[in-house]
Design a binder for this molecule. Structure first.
Ligand code: S3P
Length: 177
């Protein structure tokens, strides 16, 4: 197996809780936070939705991959955008960075959470619920294949998910070490 770093990388669908749990993990560990969406928005100088509208999804994906390449190989909390796993090279990169945790939730919970803020460009369709369903079906296997373990966040607080992440990572290290 190739070398794995000490970062904690959160992956999963939009609304799975990656950003909120990432913030909880920072509070608990004191580690620095890398958030690929924020890095892309800062680099381009506009919100993600505008990047999609102005340049399209492929350009966004290129910026996302470039942002990931800027994440230092060091202990850190890394929050990723929901589509990061679409590129194999990104998956290899996050697995090199450290432990990869897949946050999941029921489809109903995901839809309810993403509906609170209408900022997800991929869901700006005539049938957002159907689009979510379809994207989820295509992506679920990618998240599972990329992750070391999965946590169902449907009925958990962000704090409880963060605790579960840290327990899971500690267990992984016990088994390896
Ligand atoms: C995307 C998810 C978003 C953001 C972009 C594309 C996706 O991040 O990267 O809108 O393809 O699933 P969140 O998962 O943080 O919403």
């Amino acid at each position: 197996m190739s070398e794995r770093g000490e970062a904690i990388v959160l992956i999963g669908f939009m609304g799975a809780g990656k950003s909120s749990v990432g913030r909880e993990l920072v509070k608990r560990t004191g580690l620095p936070l890398y958030d690929t969406d924020r890095m892309v928005a800062a680099r381009v100088g506009m919100p993600i939705a505008e990047i999609f509208a102005s340049y399209g999804e492929e350009e966004f994906r290129d910026c996302e991959a470039a942002a990931l390449a800027q994440v230092a190989e060091r202990p850190a909390i890394v929050v990723t955008g929901g589509g990061l796993v679409l590129r194999t090279a990104n998956v290899e990169a996050i697995r090199r960075l450290g432990s990869v945790i897949n946050l999941v939730a029921s489809e109903e919970a995901l839809f309810e959470r993403v509906s609170r803020r209408g900022t997800r460009p991929l869901l700006q369709t005539s049938d957002p619920r159907g689009t979510l369903s379809e994207l989820l079906r295509k992506r679920e296997p990618l998240y599972r294949a990329a992750a070391d373990f999965t946590i169902d966040t449907t009925n958990l607080t962000h704090a409880a998910v963060a605790e579960a992440v840290l327990r899971g990572v500690a267990e992984m290290h016990q088994h390896v070490g």
